[in-house]
Design a protein around this ligand. Structure first.
Ligand code: MIG
Length: 610
């Protein structure tokens, strides 16, 4: 069996997994209540779904935020941003979001624009938006201690900044110099904070990146607030020792709720560096400042998996590494991993070399493009995983043991993982490596690239030159994929391809909606069960009537059935199409059958006989 413990104590806490005494795990905190929840599974997934009932699930994100995102510290001025966007489109490398780091602000003052670098943000953002880009801006908690600055003035007036017990403001140095800091544990302050986003939203900004919210302070001895600083806590007034660990979560809560209030029918996208259990309701999380090294590439997997199975399932890592400069090889290997992380964002520090998909020469550019395209092909599948995560807290990426709890020899496997329930990813993590050993979880697996089937195989070594990484589909998986688009704004292109890697009997769901509004809460979604039944020489594929009132545009569906025989009869809703060569094709070499038909959004039964 499996159990989870949620230690709901916000003080400085510790977890000892057998270090002091190999026979004992222990946890504790310097103060506060010994308040913990014991969550019995029995399976790992059930531990997490039960934990999610307690603290909440991630909301369904706007669809654009699961596309590819490009960031650096910092893209400026406007001409640079336009050039960046233009290069993506000219090279036909898909991208949905461009980030503006701290240089877009006037002297690092939050909720302002540096008008010499960005003279007309609204015009720039609207041009970018007609080209399919969303703009995400950074916002830090530190508010410049500057009596002429409107946010400072209004914060002082509303009593929004944290103070020492004697009533003096706590002042700490961050980017703008001396700063005061909002008390996000106070409801009025969160509301005030949320309302400040109006100015960015008016300019067209769609995503909000909350950084430095541990909170981080440059000059103080402990790199954070003085521990005696008082927080309101809505009736539970206490010092920073108690509230430090939820400061980040309360910040993104204020951000999310504020943005939602301003645009009530758009799903907010918020990204945070600090969070707490339950903060997943407001924000995606990234793993902070990593280093452009092979070790940090390797570490990204257990870090993201740990966050993911702790409820922060919208998670990612700076692709290519933040500190330093990756080689072309390292960048490409990182991007190949990034395709399979829920948040897919390249980011790098100030003064580093260019870190774009095309920054390492033609050979790497072509590979990077192919992998970003793969991300877009997988979007229907990935979006459905997000849907499931939002409904019941199932993680999008999982360690192997999570889905295979009986396989003890996989408990420590942290170099392979599952992307949704169907795909096994084995990224290449070492310099110069062009072979990859893969350890398969129990069951049969298919090579995603070739359709080759591995039956009852435990270990295999694969060629994995820089052009590729091993990727497998579980037998029985039905994976909806789409054609390549340059951004999620583009209307999907025909066909919608459903890849089927058969086992005797299996089924999946495909979830679709408008990708941006809350209309799905009023029933405007399209949820469809797709199933497969394989008998000797006879396959049945069944699309159930969709549930929900939303319908995607008219489209063609293409089935790709792997491990198939050459059929002598194919019936779609009882009418034979075997003589209609436009509608199907059998690929002898890889034993794959493709069938094309118009999606009627009604019951569709396909019967295939040898
Ligand atoms: O002191 O905004 O983790 O992603 O580029 C550094 C500048 C502050 C830290 C973030 C990083 C971001 C950087 N920030």
């Amino acid at each position: 069996g499996t159990y989870g413990i949620f230690f709901d104590n916000t003080y400085y806490s510790h977890f000892d997994f057998g270090k002091t005494n190999a026979d004992q795990y222990s946890f504790g905190a310097v103060d506060g209540d010994l308040n913990y929840y014991f969550i019995y599974g029995p399976s790992p997934i059930e531990v997490l779904t039960k934990f999610s009932k307690l603290v909440g699930t991630i909301p369904l994100p706007p669809r654009w935020s699961i596309g590819y995102q490009q960031s650096r510290w910092s893209y400026y001025p406007e001409s640079k941003v336009r050039e960046l966007a233009g290069t993506f489109r000219q090279k036909k490398i898909p991208c949905d979001a461009i980030y503006l780091d701290i240089h877009y602000m006037d002297g690092y003052r939050c909720f302002t624009w540096d008008t010499s670098r960005f003279p007309n943000p609204k015009k720039m953002i609207s041009d970018l938006s007609s080209d399919g880009f969303k703009v995400v801006t950074i916002i830090d908690p530190g508010i410049k201690n500057d009596a002429t600055y409107w946010v400072y003035q209004s914060g002082i007036k509303g009593n929004h900044f944290v103070k020492y017990p004697d009533g003096e403001y706590f002042i700490g140095t961050v980017w703008p110099g001396n700063c005061v800091f909002p008390d996000f544990t106070r409801g009025d302050t969160r509301q005030w904070w949320g309302s400040l986003y109006q100015i960015l939203i008016e300019s067209g900004v769609k995503g909000f990146w909350n950084d430095m919210n541990e909170p981080s302070v440059f000059d103080s001895p402990n790199k954070t607030f003085d521990l005696t600083v008082i927080h309101d806590g809505e009736g539970y007034k206490s010092d920073h020792r108690e509230y430090h660990n939820i400061y980040g979560m309360q910040m993104v809560r204020g951000t999310y709720e504020g943005v939602l209030k301003i645009k009530p029918n758009e799903r907010p996208f918020v990204l945070t560096r600090a969070n707490y259990a339950g903060g997943n309701r407001y924000s995606a999380t990234w793993t902070g400042d990593n280093i452009s090294s092979w070790e940090h590439l390797e570490m990204a997997i257990p870090m993201c998996l740990s966050l993911s199975i702790s409820g922060q399932s919208f998670v990612g890592t700076d692709i290519g590494g933040f500190v330093g400069n990756p080689s072309g090889e390292l960048y490409t290997r990182w991007l190949q991993l990034g395709v399979f992380l829920p948040l897919m964002r390249t980011h790098t520090e100030i003064n580093s070399k260019d870190q774009e998909p095309w920054s390492y020469g033609a050979k790497y550019e072509e590979i990077n493009k192919k992998f970003i395209e793969l991300r877009y092909q997988l979007l229907p599948y990935l979006y459905t995983q997000f849907y499931k995560a939002s409904v019941n807290g199932t993680p999008i990426i999982r360690p192997i043991f999570f889905d295979y709890p009986d396989e003890e020899d996989n408990y420590l496997n942290d170099n392979e993982f599952l992307f949704g329930e169907a795909l096994l990813v084995a990224p290449v993590l070492g310099e110069g490596e062009n072979k990859r050993d893969v350890k398969f979880p129990t069951g049969d697996w298919y090579n995603y690239w070739t359709g080759e089937k591995y039956t009852k195989t435990k270990y295999l070594r694969f060629d994995s030159p820089i052009e590729n990484i091993p990727l497998f589909a579980k037998a029985g998986s039905i994976i909806p994929t789409q054609q390549i688009v340059q951004s999620t704004d583009e209307a999907p292109i025909d066909p919608l391809t459903i890849k089927i890697f058969p086992s005797d009997k299996s089924s999946t769901i495909l979830y679709e909606d408008d990708g941006n509004s809350f209309e799905y809460k009023n029933g405007y979604y399209c949820l469809r069960k797709i199933s497969l039944e394989t008998k000797l020489r006879f396959n049945k594929i069944f699309f159930e009537n969709p549930v929900g009132k939303y319908r995607p545009n008219d489209r063609t569906i293409m089935i790709e059935l792997y491990d198939s025989f050459k059929p002598n009869s194919i019936k779609i809703n009882n009418s034979e199409i075997i003589d209609n060569k436009d509608k199907w094709y059998y690929h002898d070499r890889d034993r794959m059958l493709t069938i094309k038909f118009i999606d009627t959004f009604e019951k569709i039964l396909i019967e295939i006989k040898e």
